[in-house]
Structure formats: C-alpha cells, structure tokens
Design a protein around this ligand. Structure first.
Ligand code: HEC
Length: 147
C-alpha cells in the first residue's frame, strides 16, 4: 500500500471511530436526560399526590400510612404502578409494621405520570438508577389484580 492509500485508510477508520464515539456520547446522555426529567416530574407529582400521607421523606406516618422508603414494594414495579393508579385496600406488613387503612385510587394519572412517580420513588428510595419506561408501566397497568 502506498502512503497515500495508507492515509486514506487511516482517515476512514478514524471517521468510523469518531462516529461510534459520538453515538455513544449522544445516546447515553439522552437516557440520562430522560432519567432526570422523569425524576424531577415524578418528584412534583409525588409532592402533590402522595406526600400528604407518605410524607416528603417517604417514611409514612405512625400506623396510619406505611413507609415507601425501605418497603419491599419498591422491588416490584408492576405492583407499584397498580397501587399508584388503583389505590389499595388490604391489610399489609411494611417494614415489620401492620397497615390496614385504604389508599384512594388516582384514576386521573396518565401512564407517563405513573411512570414518573415510579421512577421517582424507585430511584430515591430503591435501588434504581434509571427511569422506568412508559411501555412497562402500560403493560403492568393492563394486568393489575384487584384488591
Ligand atoms: C390518603 C392517603 C394516601 C395517599 C394520598 C397515598 N397513599 Fe399510598 N398508601 C396509603 C395507605 C393507607 C396504604 C396502605 C393500604 C393498605 O393497607 O391496603 C398505602 C399503601 C401504599 C403502598 C404499598 C405499601 C408500601 O408502603 O410499600 C405504596 C407503594 C404506596 N402507598 C405509594 C403511594 C404513592 C406513590 C402515592 C402517590 C401517587 C400514594 N401512595 C398516595 C395512603 C395513601
């Protein structure tokens, strides 16, 4: 290969490498951006719809309202989405304490709003680091069991 062709090959390989790099940078930050957006909007929705009972710190109140932070429910996002949308009427143990008051439904919340609240609580108090997708929430909501 003469020098001129070597340069051509080098430029070609370099441009592919650059494109791959740009793709990685662009898409990773798009996901991060979406996670931040869901988290912030989820925070606002939590403040309006949930913190009255579960409190701003997610620790609940006495034996009236169960804690969300530290709760098992955070690892079952399908159940979480259903509780947010449909409320709950059961007797449950959360972090070793018993609760039996009903939680009212939130029928007016859209699928994306439910996804944003799920994102907020699972990132804030659970082990998640990225947002919960609206498609996942939609299929969870289609399969909720009734309480
Ligand atoms: C009017 C008070 C009230 C509001 C508002 C409310 N909850 Fe609840 N929530 C309850 C009660 C009471 C229970 C226990 C229900 C039972 O025992 O069946 C509960 C249960 C839960 C549970 C399951 C138990 C646990 O702690 O893991 C989750 C998760 C939850 N709520 C999340 C939310 C979220 C998120 C919102 C906002 C969209 C919300 N709740 C709004 C009162 C409320």
């Amino acid at each position: 290969m003469n020098t001129r062709n070597k340069v051509r090959v080098f430029v070609f390989v370099k441009s592919i490498a650059m494109s791959l790099l740009m793709l990685a940078v662009c898409c990773q930050s798009a996901e991060e951006l979406k996670s931040e957006q869901y988290f912030v909007e989820g925070y606002q929705l939590y403040t309006t719809n949930c913190s009255n009972c579960h409190q701003v710190d997610g620790k609940g109140m006495l034996n009236l309202y169960p804690p969300i932070s530290g709760s098992q429910t955070l690892s079952d996002k399908a159940l979480l989405a259903c509780i947010i949308k449909n409320g709950m009427r059961d007797t449950i143990l959360v972090n070793g304490r018993k609760f039996s008051r009903p939680m009212p439904p939130n029928a007016k919340l859209s699928d994306i709003e439910v996804a944003e609240i799920v994102t907020y609580v699972t990132v804030k108090w659970g082990k998640d680091s990225i947002y919960t997708k609206i498609e996942a929430v939609r299929s969870s909501l289609a399969n909720c069991k009734k309480y």
